[in-house]
Design a protein around this ligand. Structure first.
Ligand SMILES: Nc1ncnc2c1ncn2[C@@H]1O[C@H](COP(=O)(O)OP(=O)(O)OP(=O)(O)O)[C@@H](O)[C@H]1O
Ligand SMILES: [Mg+2]
Length: 368
């Protein structure tokens, strides 16, 4: 069983805490994505699985086996890095076979595995070429192939697509997912790109400043972010946030900010607190609607400033009482700069956060 478990794992480099008390269970055969901004500890976490970085404290397991002191070569993992550094003077066949030769795998087996990896990655017709005779995407596939021939229990990938252009990235993304389905092996994939994380992960672990923030399926993170960091990091363009004040009473309880009104059913009063309390409300650009919307809605009045026409949609940068907000609406509206907009948000799409702790109030999910 190729589960990977971090148990209270911490990594320090001198005074820097790169990874702080990480607890994470990666399931057998799942595609786990570690995502977060630069410097949050993704690569360090991956390198600790690989054994390329010693852990400062805690316990690392692959399956039931504690691997804290197991050298990299005995961990049954293969790692694909951002820079794929193929051997330029060797053919693709030899590049694929090289690691196995070093491990003294019998020649017949090497040939069989190289042939299969080349077929899986659609490299068979290039097998006698040198790396310089391949495109960037093809070279990246060779790098994946070098990992596949090892037949590891766990694949580790550190931003393997970042050297590719946008189109190739999308193609290779799909290739890697196909590979995962076909091999049915545990993948741990590092990226700083939340779109890559959302499209690829069976589950996603969001990190910030060395700390794990939340683990969940893409939809769980999108619908129920645990705190303001995850809410702002997942989703593109990012969620809009405003500071709102609890006002009114009984049936008329509302959250308000200049040009924004969010009516709240009285039964949620308790989680929201008393009049005068300040909360942070969050709403995603794609949940803002122009024009009529049934049911109870939040209303945001804003002035359009810049309109980006995207074909089927328009991305609107607007100002709402001196705050910038972003909305994505149907392009049929043909909004123009200077237009006064009355935007609505279904109440169940509003997220609320405690301004002191930045944690979500459970309200957003419950109201639906
Ligand atoms: N060998 C090292 N010596 C000292 N500090 C290090 C070392 N490696 C990493 N760090 C620090 O540990 C923290 C986490 O680094 P890490 O490389 O894991 O980040 P990352 O999430 O992979 O970032 P990026 O997206 O930029 O690759 C950073 O503050 C980094 O400066
Ligand atoms: Mg990194």
């Amino acid at each position: 069983m190729a589960t990977v478990t971090f148990e209270n794992v911490t990594k320090r480099f001198g005074d820097v805490i790169a990874v702080d008390d990480l607890n994470l269970d990666i399931r057998d055969a799942e595609f786990m994505v570690l995502v977060g901004p630069s410097g949050c500890g993704k690569t360090t976490s991956l390198r600790m699985i690989a054994g390329l970085e010693e852990i400062t404290s805690g316990t690392m397991r692959i399956g039931e086996r504690i691997i804290n002191d197991i050298p990299p070569k005995d961990r049954d993992i293969a790692m694909v890095f951002q820079s794929y550094a193929l051997y330029p003077h060797m053919t693709i066949r030899d590049n694929l076979a090289f690691g196995l030769k070093l491990r003294h795998v019998p020649k017949v087996q090497i040939e069989a595995r190289v042939k299969e990896a080349a077929a899986i990655l659609d490299l068979t017709r290039y097998i006698d070429r040198k790396p310089r005779e391949l495109s960037g995407g093809q070279r990246q596939r060779v790098a994946l192939g070098r990992a596949i021939v090892r037949e590891p229990a766990v694949f580790l990938m550190d931003e393997p697509l970042s050297n590719l252009d946008a189109k190739l990235r999308v193609e290779t993304r799909a290739n890697i997912l196909r590979l995962h389905q076909r091999l049915n092996t545990t993948f741990v994939y590092v990226t700083h790109d939340q779109i890559e994380a959302m499209t690829m992960g069976s589950r996603i672990a969001v990190m910030n400043e060395g700390r794990l923030q939340q683990v969940g399926t893409p939809q769980e993170l999108y619908d129920r972010p645990i705190n303001r960091f995850v809410a702002g990091f997942i989703g593109s363009p990012a969620m809009n946030f405003i500071s709102v004040e609890v006002g009114g009473s009984g049936d008329g309880i509302t959250l308000t900010a200049p040009n924004v009104t969010i009516p709240i059913p009285p039964q949620f009063r308790e989680s929201i607190g008393g009049p005068g309390r300040t909360l942070i409300a969050g709403y995603r650009p794609e949940h803002l609607v122009l024009g009529p919307l049934g049911g109870s809605t939040a209303v945001v009045n804003a002035k359009a400033e810049v309109v980006e026409y995207l074909g089927n949609e328009e991305l609107i940068h607007a100002s709402c009482a001196d705050r910038d907000i972003v909305a994505i609406v149907d392009s049929a509206y043909r909004v123009r700069p200077g237009d006064m907009l009355e935007l609505r948000v279904p109440l169940e799409k509003i997220q609320l956060f405690d301004p002191d702790t930045n944690f979500a109030l459970s309200f957003g999910a419950v109201i639906a």
